[in-house]
Design a protein around this ligand. Structure first.
Ligand SMILES: *Cc1c(COP(=O)(O)O)cnc(C)c1O
Length: 229
């Protein structure tokens, strides 16, 4: 899909928002797009942005200082980048894909003296290269109530991606599996507070994701156009 490239960034944000039910949030994924594109989105009332590389986020935070922006980190995070990322105080790290990373974030947030909000990333897609916990690993984590050991991290929900395919049924099956995992965790640990986010859906599949119970979609190309890497 991609971007139908008609209209301005503001028009596209409006059009996407119009399709989202109440209670479904929109992360504008601005990776590889310049600060000027983010300013256009800000002018359209968009406050939530997603970035996938720490260095790029650092630059944008500096360039857009003083703006009313919430940053979500959505990329694979190496443990040696945790400290500089947390210094930027991202509103949410959506892509916590291993226990080791979770522990590193928890230690660093404790050291920096604040609570970091995160999502745990689940891997359900066909591709083997994607990062994340398997559904079984994630269930085991909550079953063992290991989250009680966290000192400075709040797990707000889960994030996942569907298989990269044109097969609508396959995509829906993946999204349903992610939503079902979330529901099982909630049933398993009804006392989890603030565990309310199911982040799934990108430019080409966010409508399907919403149908399957997404509460947060992450849309880049359909807002900002194709990325130039
Ligand atoms: C880049 C990216 C997106 C946005 O992808 P588009 O296809 O451009 O909408 C969403 N989620 C994650 C994790 C990404 O890395």
């Amino acid at each position: 899909m991609q971007c139908d490239c008609s209209g301005t960034i503001a028009d596209r944000i409006e059009a996407i928002r119009a399709t989202l039910p109440q209670g479904v949030g929109l992360v504008a994924v601005s990776k590889f797009h310049p600060a000027e594109a983010i300013r256009e989105a800000l002018a359209a009332g968009q406050k939530l942005f997603g970035e996938s590389r720490v260095q790029e986020l650092q630059k944008k935070v500096a360039k857009l200082a003083g703006e009313d922006i919430c940053w979500h980190f959505i990329g694979h995070l190496q443990t040696n980048k945790v400290r500089p990322l947390l210094r930027l105080r991202p509103a949410l790290i959506e892509s916590v894909d291993s226990l080791h990373l979770l522990e590193t974030i928890d230690n660093e947030a404790a050291a920096q003296g604040f609570v970091q909000r995160v999502l745990l990333q689940v891997h359900v897609a066909q591709e083997e290269t994607k990062f994340g916990f398997t559904p079984e690993e994630m269930l085991a984590y909550f079953e063992s109530r290991s989250f009680e050991k966290l000192r400075a991290t709040h797990i707000c929900g889960i994030m996942g991606m569907a298989s990269n395919t044109d097969d609508t049924e396959r995509i829906k099956a993946d999204f349903r599996a992610i939503r079902a995992l979330f529901d099982r965790i909630v049933a398993l640990c009804p006392d989890l507070r603030g565990f309310d986010t199911v982040s799934m859906g990108m430019s080409h599949d966010y409508k399907l994701a919403v149908e399957c119970g997404s509460t947060l979609v992450r849309v880049g190309t359909a807002i900002f156009g194709e990325r130039v890497y």
